[in-house]
Design a protein around this ligand. Structure first.
Ligand code: NAG
Ligand code: NAG
Ligand code: NAG
Ligand code: NAG
Length: 305
């Protein structure tokens, strides 16, 4: 009686495992590192000089070949390398009260945000601290060149949807509806992106994503998503506005297109599918063995007589 059940469970779980495996194989991603590719050849010896020179046009077009068909939604990430968002002094350089409550603008604790706590004349910076100050500011726009169009025109812009990239709890609780950026990136040293001072922090989703600090020096953050299906073999042209100075710490920058959302990267999904299936199988097998050992059928049958 028990053996057939085990066999049945086994037969049930193997196809489930295979299905999960097939599903995770449908996750496709294209990663393109552009930090060096976007520097003109005559500036390669002085990349920091290139990124800091405001009179150089930093628009850079890269062509991504899409090897496999990708179904919508396609998630866009930026990936940074050698960026230590987990460094203790960096990761604590913000003030949580100031982010959510307009009354906390000049909170005494924002001294911890130094050197990005106060602007000239001691007026507080909102949002203060190094994390916000170093906001990533490269931008991407996408256009597809379908294979069929064959080079003659046939370029179609792909709209990037940038709302909904943050967590709901961040929008509703952490970042205030009545807190507006003030004196931000206003000093002599600009660390990264600027914020629209007319928008409350609860609507600055790029900032929320950036401020959820990464644990590893190589990390990906969600940039947006594209609601389109891409065909195998087509080319997507990405116009990068290459602004972020990763050159002074020799950090890499890459743009990623992936069919997996922030909760299911390729590896995470695969691992989870295998683990859950494997463990469920083990637990079931163990349970059935125990049942078989401790409740032999004959005894029960005897008692029933
Ligand atoms: C910035 O680039 C321009 C044009 O390429 C060049 O003429 C100028 O000398 C550069 N400025 C600096 C500070 O390197
Ligand atoms: C920079 O170059 C791109 C194309 O390479 C062009 O579309 C854009 O208008 C230029 N920007 C400026 C400020 O010259
Ligand atoms: C900050 O920006 C405001 C305008 O938004 C300007 O009036 C003010 O002078 C700036 N402060 C500093 C210290 O640059
Ligand atoms: C982007 O960030 C860099 C610092 O990494 C800064 O120098 C530059 O002015 C910023 N550019 C824009 C357009 O925000």
């Amino acid at each position: 009686m028990v053996i057939p059940i085990l066999v049945f469970v086994g037969l049930l779980f193997i196809p489930i495992g295979l299905a999960c495996y097939a599903a995770s194989n449908k996750v496709f991603e294209v990663v393109y590192r552009y930090d060096t590719k976007c520097v003109p050849k005559n500036m390669l010896h002085n990349k920091v000089g290139y990124i800091q020179n405001a009179s150089i046009n930093k628009t850079c077009t890269i062509n991504l070949k899409i090897p496999n068909a990708m179904k919508r939604p396609i998630f866009i990430y930026y990936q940074l390398d050698r960026f230590y968002q987990n460094h203790r002094r960096y990761a604590t350089s913000f003030n949580i009260a100031q982010l959510s409550d307009p009354k906390e603008e000049a909170n005494a604790d924002i001294k911890d945000c130094k050197p990005e706590a106060y602007a000239a004349k001691g007026i507080p910076v909102v949002p203060c601290g190094l994390v916000a100050w170093s906001l990533f500011n490269d931008t991407y726009s996408f256009a597809r060149r379908p294979r069929r169009a064959g080079g003659i025109g046939g370029v179609e812009a792909l709209r990037v949807i940038k709302s909904g990239i943050s967590w709901r709890s961040e929008r509703e609780r952490l970042f205030g509806k009545h807190v507006y950026p003030k004196n931000f990136q206003n000093g002599s040293l600009v660390g990264g992106g600027r914020l629209d001072p007319r928008k409350p922090l609860s609507e600055q989703e790029e900032l929320m994503v950036w401020m959820r600090t990464a644990a590893m020096p190589r990390f990906r953050k969600l940039y947006g998503r594209v609601e389109a299906d891409l065909d195998a073999g087509e080319t997507v042209a990405v116009a990068v506005r290459n602004s972020y100075n990763s050159y002074s710490f020799e950090g890499g920058k890459a743009v990623v297109l992936s069919t997996a959302g922030p909760l299911g990267g390729r590896n995470a999904f695969l691992g989870r599918a295998y683990l859950v299936t494997g463990m469920a199988c083990l637990v079931l097998a163990l349970l059935l063995t125990l049942v078989c050992l401790f409740f032999p059928m004959t005894e029960e049958h005897l008692r029933l007589r």
